[in-house]
Structure formats: C-alpha cells, structure tokens
Design a protein around this ligand. Structure first.
Ligand SMILES: CCCCC/C=C\C/C=C\CCC/C=C/C(=O)SCCNC(=O)CCNC(=O)[C@H](O)C(C)(C)COP(=O)(O)OP(=O)(O)OC[C@H]1O[C@@H](n2cnc3c(N)ncnc32)[C@H](O)[C@@H]1OP(=O)(O)O
Length: 208
C-alpha cells in the first residue's frame, strides 16, 4: 500500500486544526477515536506500507509517513516533522513512540521540544526518511523499492513487522478511552484554545 497525496505540494497538512478549535468535548472524543483507529490500522497493517512524500508533511502528516515501512521524500522546499509544540499542543505518547522507533531518543527529544520541521535532506540525515529524490522520481522510486520488499516471503516479513510494532500498538490499545478523554480535556483548555486560535490566525495572515 502506497500513501500519496492528490494535493500538489502537500503530502498531509496533519490533523484538521479547525476540528480542534472551539469544538465540543463529545466531538473531540469522536474525532480522536477516529484518528486512533486509523493509526492502529496503518501502523498494525500486515501490508507493506510506503509513503510517497511529495510535499509538506507536518504533525499528523509526519505520523502517517513514520507509520509506513518506508519513506521516500521529494527534495526541495518541503518540510516534515512533529511541530505540535509550535501550535501550543503536545504530541500524544503514541506519536512520540513512533518517532522514538524511527529516529531514536536524542533526536526525538530535540525534535519534539522544538516542534522541529526538517527539510528533506535534514530528515534523511536523522533517518526520518529513507530516501530523497527529485519530485518526479518519488513515485517510481517507491515502486522500485516495493518490488524489493515483495521478494521477501510474506509470512516471515509480517511476523517480523508485527513483533517489532506490538508493544507500541498495545500501549494505545490498552488505554484508548482514557487517551481520547485526555485529548478532549487537554484541547479544550483555555490556554490551548488560545494558542490554536493564534496559530490559525497566523496561517490565514501568511496567505494574505
Ligand atoms: C503528557 C501530556 C501529553 C498531552 C497530550 C494530550 C493530548 C494531545 C493534544 C493534542 C495533540 C494533537 C496532535 C495534532 C496533530 C496535528 O496534525 S496538528 C496540525 C498541524 N499542521 C500544521 O501545522 C500545518 C499547518 N499548515 C501549514 O503549515 C500550511 O498550510 C502547509 C501545509 C505548509 C501548506 O502551505 P500552503 O500550500 O501555502 O497552503 P496554505 O497555508 O495557504 O493552506 C491552505 C488552506 O488550508 C488551511 N490549512 C492548512 N493546514 C491545515 C490544517 N492542518 N487544518 C486545517 N486547515 C489547514 C489553511 O489555513 C488554508 O485555509 P484557507 O484557504 O485560508 O481557508
């Protein structure tokens, strides 16, 4: 399975910020449950999963990419990373776990505190992506890599993948409702809503 985007220049802009702003606790819980299930299905997929990152990939976009087995990113102006702290929010523990498994403790600690967004070359240097190629070569490179992965006996590959990811998946599975409630409480704090409001305004200002 290849994750790619139909929007030129954007792999994924992350979670819909407007869903987290001035929403109701009930809607926040439903929103979070949908995200949890999507991620559990993706990270726990038995399929070979690859991200064709042909554009920006902040926050939830970076989570999607990191949750794949292999990442190819377009060189140039695009950025990738977990930038949550820049919005005044905090990456949930399962976002952090996936990043830890991808780039290790030291880089994760820096990346998360700073809300760092990396260029493709920087992402390659810390192991956040596996390959950087010109934009037009992203999809052919993914397809070529996929052929390599398909050579491996499927049962052996799936058992290996499952055992590598089980602990992180189980950690969320065991506390889904608590996590959803925590998200709804956290996101509706006055201080968090204020930060989100300012961030939304800064996005709109950038455009005008
Ligand atoms: C121990 C304590 C633990 C506590 C933890 C507990 C709970 C956790 C709490 C919260 C966790 C939440 C996790 C959140 C994850 C996320 O994914 S947050 C989203 C982060 N995304 C971003 O920051 C991206 C913002 N967007 C951009 O930077 C740019 O739009 C771009 C993606 C680089 C694309 O740039 P450009 O091509 O120039 O396009 P525009 O900026 O003009 O954007 C077009 C329109 O789209 C709107 N938009 C962009 N991104 C989003 C988004 N993520 N959500 C909603 N809307 C978005 C943008 O405002 C433009 O809209 P208009 O056309 O002006 O209407």
């Amino acid at each position: 399975m290849v994750l790619a985007s139909a929007a030129p220049g954007i792999f994924s802009a992350g979670l819909d910020i407007l869903e987290m702003y001035q929403s109701t606790p009930e809607r926040c819980v439903a929103f979070w449950r949908a995200l949890q299930d999507a991620w559990l299905n993706l990270y726990g997929s038995r399929l070979i999963t690859m991200a064709a990152i042909e554009g920006h990939s902040p926050a939830g976009g970076c989570l999607l990419a990191m949750s794949c087995d292999y990442r190819v990113m377009a060189e140039g102006k695009f950025q990738i990373g977990l930038n949550e702290t820049k919005l005044g929010i905090v990456a949930p523990f399962w976002f952090t776990d996936v990043m830890l498994n991808t780039i290790g403790h030291r880089e994760t600690e820096k990346a998360l505190q700073l809300g760092a967004l990396y260029s493709a070359q920087q992402a390659l240097s810390i192991g956040l992506v596996d390959k950087v190629v010109p934009l037009a070569e992203v999809m052919p490179t993914v397809e070529g890599e996929l052929k390599n992965w398909l050579q491996i006996p499927a049962a052996a590959r799936v058992i290996t993948k499952t055992s590598m990811r089980k602990a992180v998946l189980d950690r969320l599975r065991s506390q889904k409702e608590k996590d959803a409630q925590f998200f709804a409480d956290f996101i509706n704090r006055d201080s968090v809503q204020k930060s989100l409001g300012m961030y939304i305004a800064s996005l709109q200002k950038k455009k005008n």
